[in-house]
Design a protein around this ligand. Structure first.
Ligand code: HEM
Length: 481
């Protein structure tokens, strides 16, 4: 057996280790580079304690499955979140608190609930179409991420809270504006050299506190509204129609162990976990499809065969968009918005041939094997076909899914994955059915930078659209101007 200290890794400085060799906004790439240089098990440090880097998908599968007892999310994440005034929901909880919440949240996000929610998701998709139609008619460029985030916030608010917050049609996007500050701040603090915010509150710290307070107030208001709905209609208590109402019902039953605080914490978690991830995946997907016209045409042909306009979308039709789903998997293989995860060992254990003492921080490099030619032929190419099983050269589908883990793995795998895939398919199918994508570019025309800020996003993409007209009964699309 090897000790962590025996492992290869970049040499660092006393006290701060390798902290100065990474840049926060591209930290995932810096650590991926170390994995390429030093192999699938390596060591580095951000401060005094050693961090174990793991880049082998089999080892990652094993350790991510050893939760919640063997590994937890890091204590530091919890500390920083609490300091910011955020109550841990499912993402930040561990141990028994996590177990209790996981059951409840999973029930609200399972495929049946997501299906019941389809009409609201359709309404949100129609609003996105309306917003983009306006831009297309006016010849305006669309700032891709902000629009996609409005879409994902509206979608998650409807499903999880039963609330129609409609940031797509209103400019008073209070929640959206504040959320945009919270995630990046959390990420920034996690990788700060010193916790300066504890000694001196800067203007940014004060604004952050205001944003957290504003979102907490909005959440408290959602809870008041949900309680009023439950009081007005006793039937709702037996079959709560959304996650918030089912959480309130659970919290009200004396033996559930769910507290009011946990209810509020999970609302914040849903907003944070469901917003950036899905919006950034969509942004990468739109960019990649625009850069690969053959794939785009095939995806569009599939959409037009199945449902040529948003009004024809149905859960069954969305489920039959196999090629579009393959495009999503291929996007997430190349551009996983969560390219790394940090966990902490809860007991002495081993990873591969390395002894791992209790308390060790483990950095899971999620993308290394997904872009390696050992597992995917021509790994850097965008080839959605590899996910269809109709490409003889591709690795078998099941093993591809074991290598590329955009939603994580094991008992803590993302509970929002069905919803995310449905949102992605609906937004993309709407885009392909109703618009011609004229451009998806960065301001300087260069490849978009992978910008890490809790999730990994393409920096500064804007899109230009023009309307397409479809001939009835014909899959070909015609420009309407
Ligand atoms: C493309 C979109 C998404 C991606 C790529 C993604 C990715 C992830 C990943 C990598 C994790 C960590 C899994 C692990 O620890 O193994 C996670 C956890 C989580 N995600 Fe997602 N996610 C997405 C969308 C969503 C949505 C839409 C929601 C909410 C409805 C959501 C809610 C959560 C929650 C609550 C957790 C914590 C689960 C736990 O710790 O038990 N995610 N997600």
């Amino acid at each position: 057996m090897r000790q962590i200290a025996d492992l290869p890794g970049p040499s660092g400085l006393p006290l701060i280790g390798n902290l100065l060799q990474v840049e926060r906004s591209r930290i995932h790439r810096d650590v991926e580079k170390w994995a390429r240089e030093h192999g699938p098990l390596f060591r580095f440090s951000f401060g005094r304690s050693a961090i174990l880097g793991v880049a082998d998908h089999e080892l990652l599968n094993t350790l991510l499955r050893d939760r919640p007892d063997g590994f937890r999310r890091t204590r530091y994440l919890e500390l920083i979140s609490r300091e910011m005034g955020l109550t841990p929901g499912l993402f930040g909880s561990n141990g028994d608190a996590w177990r209790r919440q996981r059951r409840m949240v999973m029930a609200g996000l399972d495929p049946n609930h997501v299906r019941e929610y389809f009409p609201s998701l359709l309404r949100v998709t129609q609003r996105l179409r309306g917003r983009w139609q306006q831009a297309a008619r006016g010849g305006h460029a669309i700032e891709l991420q902000p629009d996609l985030m409005r879409f994902t916030v509206d979608a998650i608010a409807g499903l999880a809270f039963g609330a129609d917050i409609n940031t797509l049609e209103s400019d008073a996007d209070i929640i959206q504006r504040h959320l945009d500050k919270i995630f990046p701040a959390l990420f920034k603090r996690m990788f700060s050299l010193l916790p300066v915010w504890r000694w001196r509150r800067s203007k940014a710290d004060r604004e952050l506190a205001q944003s957290v307070a504003a979102v907490n107030t909005a959440i408290a208001e959602f809870i008041v509204q949900a309680r009023a709905r439950l009081a007005a209609d006793a039937q709702r208590r037996t079959a709560p129609p959304n996650l918030l109402e089912s959480m309130i019902v659970a919290a009200d039953s004396p033996d559930s162990g769910i507290t009011d605080n946990e209810v509020a914490g999970n609302m914040m978690t849903m907003l944070l976990a469901g917003e950036d991830t899905t919006a950034n995946t969509l942004a990468w997907m739109i960019r990649l499809l625009h850069r690969h016209p053959e794939a785009l045409q095939r995806a569009r042909a599939e959409v037009l065969t199945v449902a040529g306009s948003v009004e024809q979308f149905s859960p069954e039709r969305m489920a039959s968009l196999d090629y579009l789903e393959a495009c999503a998997h291929e996007t997430m293989r190349l551009k996983p918005v969560a390219p790394f995860q940090a966990v902490e060992a809860l007991r002495d254990t081993t990873i591969g041939d390395v002894q791992v003492p209790t308390g060790t921080l483990v950095w899971c490099v999620m993308r290394a094997d997904s872009v390696s030619d050992t597992h995917f032929p021509d790994p850097m190419a965008f080839k959605p076909e590899r996910w269809l099983g109709d490409d003889a050269a591709a690795s078998p589908l099941s093993s591809a899914k074991r290598v590329s883990m955009p939603f994580g793995a094991g008992p803590r795998v993302c509970p929002g994955r069905y919803l995310a895939l449905l949102e992605i398919k609906m937004a993309m199918a709407m885009l392909l059915a109703h618009f011609e994508i004229d451009a998806v570019d960065t301001p300087d025309g260069a490849e978009p930078v992978e910008h890490m800020s809790f999730t990994m996003s393409p920096l500064g993409l804007s899109m230009r659209l023009s309307p397409v007209r479809t001939e009835p009964g014909n899959n070909s699309t015609l420009r309407s101007h």
